[in-house]
Design a protein around this ligand. Structure first.
Ligand code: CO
Length: 216
């Protein structure tokens, strides 16, 4: 029984994680006795994070935010595909209900999804998921081909992918309707470095239609 977790005969598993969890909860309460009680009532995050599923890019931790402070959506290669119901549901809830003020599209250098999109190997369903990256790669092929070193070329593709996803988010009707009703909302493009732990702001922040048109 490889997972051993079925009731009522299952044996307790992942005890180390449960112990970590208890210690974490105790620390939180020790530092702030009302911490969990406050969060039960409601969440009022100011930020929506759209990032990669990569285990090395833990959203809240990187930017030092606590539970309740950031709404998070993660998928392979931090995509915001306009046909994806999961992403769209998160986006609409964040914009219309939570009224977040900032949407952070966060890629990361060394992204396996970016590499897999363009290395020509066939992996299965994920090849379809990564299709938008191949389109970005094709559209910017002249700039990318001019970069001799593969690592640098893939890093630039990570950036170009983030810029494309910023455009996708900012072009979405939920976001545009929010701007039309005067809601304060900015979409940002960042890339995180696994090597330094530091995010690189790509300077493509869009806070309205005018800035979206300038994005090129
Ligand atoms: Co990744």
């Amino acid at each position: 029984m490889p997972c051993g977790g079925w009731a009522p005969y299952g044996r307790p598993m992942l005890d180390d994680l449960k112990a970590n969890n208890r210690a974490w909860a105790e620390d939180k309460v020790a530092a702030d006795p009302g911490f969990f009680k406050r969060l039960v009532g409601q969440q009022a995050p100011q930020y929506l994070w759209i990032g990669c599923s990569d285990s090395r890019v833990p959203a809240n931790e990187i930017v030092g935010l606590d539970p309740g402070e950031m709404f998070v959506h993660r998928n392979v290669a931090n995509l915001a595909p306009p046909q994806d119901a999961n992403y769209l549901s998160v986006l609409q809830f964040a914009v219309d209900v939570l009224k977040v003020k900032h949407i952070l599209v966060v890629g990361h250098y060394g992204c396996g999804g970016i590499r897999a999109a363009v290395d020509g190997e066939r992996l299965g369903l994920i090849d379809h998921w990564l299709h938008p990256i191949r389109e970005v790669n094709h559209e910017h092929r002249h700039e990318l081909e001019a970069i001799g070193e593969e690592k640098a070329r893939l890093e630039r593709l990570c950036e170009l992918n983030v810029i494309r996803q910023v455009r996708n988010v900012a072009s979405d009707v939920f976001v545009q309707d929010a701007w039309a009703r005067g809601q304060e909302l900015c979409v940002h493009g960042w890339v995180y470095s696994l090597e330094t732990g530091i995010v690189n702001d790509l300077g493509v922040t869009v806070g309205g239609l005018e800035e979206l048109n300038k994005l090129g």
